[in-house]
Design a protein around this ligand. Structure first.
Ligand code: FAD
Length: 403
């Protein structure tokens, strides 16, 4: 064997998974198609990732959390969900909890950089850059991964962490259900006149949604979703006009708003693989499940899934069992899917429910927000989902996910 494990994709999921196995003694290769310089100094990509308490716990255990400066991990202390122009909101806070925060926001490029810097210090993980995978073959004994430079790497297990449009997933013959929302997500950062007091807002406006998430100082992360045919209008809008548009959409809560970064556009496509494993092969991160960002589950799920798989592999190493055995991979797939399936489908239903502009749906939304606010067991269940550290959860409430 050239390696025990070959991981394809050095995004946040692939890097986190590799880091989880640093102490296993396994010989690991991480293949990435981007050049090294891009991974060593990743640029801001507009994504400020909302992290749950479980993700923070995992990142602390991996030694990654300590790499973030305090100003790079602002806390969310309260979350409010609004519908249309109504001032009524569904509120979540931590006033009755021993905790002080609902969650934290860390920029995607900061997470990637911290993980990359950490992985660089680990002897048993080799990173191979500027290379894509062109073919994959597995048999009962091993997996063979062919790289774009013609090399063939033999390993006991291959892990695909190569994004929601995973080429490896297809090579392994795993099907996935995809949902194209026909919408686009536009993200950027804005500075504003008034303080945000660490409150996160999710506003379901007719036809569009707007999230305003608190960063350090008078800055917020803006996440606007709109029908795809409005993409160019928002991306090309003059920055002063864009500032005015967001300010008005946000009912001037923070006064004047000014763009401080470029705008980035992400087409909204949700993906869920039908299984997370094949012979000597498994999926992690978005390659397993790629979520609509509205419930902020994506990387949180990626981290918890990687943690489940790494725990199974570490146990197998300790007991001198085969780390690529189907029984092990099946256990991972089953455990992770127990969480991902309800979250994926629940999130898609929430998106449908909150973006349906017909009158009955608008009325139902008003009832749903009041119901969730005034039924303590329901609200407590959602709050628990946000703050628990032992199981997975997303930050912005997922009603069905909290059942
Ligand atoms: C607008 C937006 C907001 C979001 N907000 C949140 C949030 O608040 N909370 C949250 O938890 N999640 C959030 N997410 C989701 C989160 O960004 C993703 O879940 C996460 O980035 C997925 O990481 P990944 O490593 O699986 O995939 P990716 O980040 O897609 O990385 C895949 C890597 O694999 C490499 N690669 C691809 N193909 C190959 C190949 N064939 N060979 C070699 N390398 C390859 C790529 O170059 C890349 O480096 C958000 C997403 C978006 C779009």
């Amino acid at each position: 064997m050239d390696y025990d494990i070959v991981i394809v994709g050095a995004g946040p999921a692939g890097l986190s998974f590799a880091r989880s196995l640093a102490d296993s003694g396994l010989n690991i290769a991480l293949i990435e198609k981007q050049p090294e310089a891009q991974l060593a100094a990743p640029e801001f990509d507009g994504r400020d990732i909302a992290l749950t308490h479980l993700s923070v716990r995992i990142l602390k255990e991996l030694g990654i959390w300590a790499r973030f400066k305090a100003s790079d991990r602002p806390a969310i202390k309260e979350a409010r969900v609004l519908d249309g122009k109504s001032p009524y909101s569904l509120n979540f806070d931590v006033k009755k909890e021993p905790l002080e925060e609902l969650g934290y926001l860390v920029s995607n490029h900061v997470i990637r950089k911290a993980l990359f810097d950490e992985i660089r210090t680990i002897d048993n993980i080799s990173m191979l850059f500027d290379l894509a995978v062109t073919a994959l073959a597995t048999d009962n004994r091993m997996a063979s991964t062919t790289l774009s430079d013609g090399r063939v790497l033999k390993s006991r297990l291959v892990i695909a962490a190569d994004s929601r449009f995973s080429a490896l997933r297809r090579m392994a013959g795993i099907s996935a259900s995809m949902h194209d929302f026909g919408r686009v997500c536009i993200v950027c950062r804005m500075e504003h006149q008034r303080r945000h007091n660490s409150v996160a807002f999710e506003c379901f406006d007719y036809g569009r949604t707007l999230a305003v998430l608190p960063l350090s100082g008078h800055q917020s992360s803006i996440v606007l979703t709109a029908p795809m045919d409005q993409r160019d209008a928002f991306m090309n809008m003059d920055s002063d006009e864009f500032g005015r548009d967001i300010r008005q959409r946000f009912n001037s809560r923070y006064g004047e708003m000014t763009l401080t970064t470029r705008r980035f556009a992400y087409p909204l496509v949700g993906v869920h693989a039908t299984t997370f494993y094949a012979r000597r092969f498994a999926l992690v991160g978005d390659a397993a499940v790629g979520m609509h960002p509205v419930t902020a589950h994506g990387y949180n799920l990626g981290l918890s899934g990687a943690n489940i798989l790494a725990t199974e592999i570490t146990k197998a190493v300790a007991e001198e069992r085969d780390i690529g055995a189907s029984a092990l991979l099946e256990r991972y797939s089953r455990k992770h899917m127990r969480t991902t399936k309800p979250m994926y489908h629940g999130t898609n239903e929430i998106v449908k429910f909150f973006t349906d502009d017909r009158l009955p749906a608008r009325l139902a939304r008003k009832v749903a927000l009041r119901l969730a606010n005034n039924v303590p067991p329901l609200k407590n269940a959602i709050r628990r989902k946000l703050t628990q550290t032992a199981e997975v959860g997303g930050l912005v409430p997922s009603f069905s996910g909290s059942k």
